[in-house]
Design a protein around this ligand. Structure first.
Ligand code: NAD
Length: 251
């Protein structure tokens, strides 16, 4: 196992379950010290913290709602005080709702825009402030297969945020390049998480996975692509998107 991220400090938002947890575990496996963020933190975070500590890494948990500017600011202050730097930001926190445009109210739209897009803006702004002075940084934004093909069940707010993330990624990639900051996206397909089952139900997930050449994906699959971008493999990649979808959408 390569420890190419040894000594790097990585913040993963929405990290206590699903894809965020998968990413945090792979980054720790590759040597990074980890800041786990989530908006709710309960006893269940202990197991993840212990798992990361058992790999010999430093790990802290910061409870913060990444849609709220003051909470994001406080989170980054804690990171600066605790570690003195930040090398990697993973904009992963996200949500969806099982509604199409006929069922969706402005409040629903706003909630998903804030959770999936504004959060990435707030965290990237704070992270790039730190990374600019270090002349090094890696930012990975978690988009989705729906950014390109549209949401399957009419979740127009969700699709808008996941396409929006790609525009944000490309623009930040240009802004960050002179400072040694790369910004890329990872677009997962059908990945086995709580959000997936909440959105599609068990039968829906079975039907969807049947149309994926490599079947249902795991959070670890996403984590491995993220780790590649954070390591030497990502040195000359910026503004790009890696599809982690088992062949669900081939372009
Ligand atoms: P999940 O619901 O299982 O986990 C999301 C985590 O984010 C939770 O721990 C939640 O508490 C946290 N979170 C939500 N809002 C937050 C906030 N405001 N502040 C801090 N934390 C917050 O979802 P998941 O399936 O693991 O999804 C993670 C990311 O991957 C999301 O951006 C999602 O859109 C994306 N994605 C998922 C799939 C999939 O198939 N599961 C596919 C494509 C993209």
């Amino acid at each position: 196992m390569s420890l190419e991220l040894n000594g790097k400090i990585a913040l993963v938002t929405g990290a206590l379950r699903g894809i965020g947890k998968g990413i945090a575990l792979v980054l720790a496996e590759k040597g990074a010290d980890i800041v786990l963020n989530d908006k709710t933190v309960g006893k269940e975070s202990d197991a993840l913290v212990n798992q990361i500590k058992a790999m010999g890494r430093n790990v802290i948990v910061i409870k913060a709602d990444v849609t709220i500017k003051d909470e994001v600011k406080r989170m980054f202050e804690t990171i600066e005080q605790g570690f003195g730097r930040l090398d990697i930001l993973i904009n992963n926190a996200g949500s969806s709702q099982n509604k199409n445009i006929f069922e969706m109210e402005l409040e629903d739209w706003q909630y998903i825009i804030d959770t999936n897009l504004t959060s990435a803006f707030l965290c990237s702004k704070e992270a790039m402030r730190i990374m600019r002075t270090q002349l090094f940084g890696r930012i990975i934004c978690i988009s989705s297969v729906v950014a390109e093909r549209g949401a399957i069940l009419g979740h127009v707010h969700y699709a808008a945020t996941k396409s929006g993330i790609l525009g944000m990624t490309k623009t930040l990639a240009r802004t960050g390049a002179p400072y040694g900051i790369t910004v890329n996206a990872v677009a997962p397909g059908i990945i086995e998480t709580e959000l997936l089952f909440k959105t599609h139900g068990i039968e829906g997930v079975e039907k969807l996975s049947a149309s994926v050449p490599l079947g249902l994906g795991k959070p670890r699959h996403v984590g491995l692509a993220v780790a590649f971008l954070c390591g030497e493999g990502g040195d000359y990649l910026t503004g790009t998107t890696i599809d982690v979808n088992g062949g669900f959408n081939m372009r």
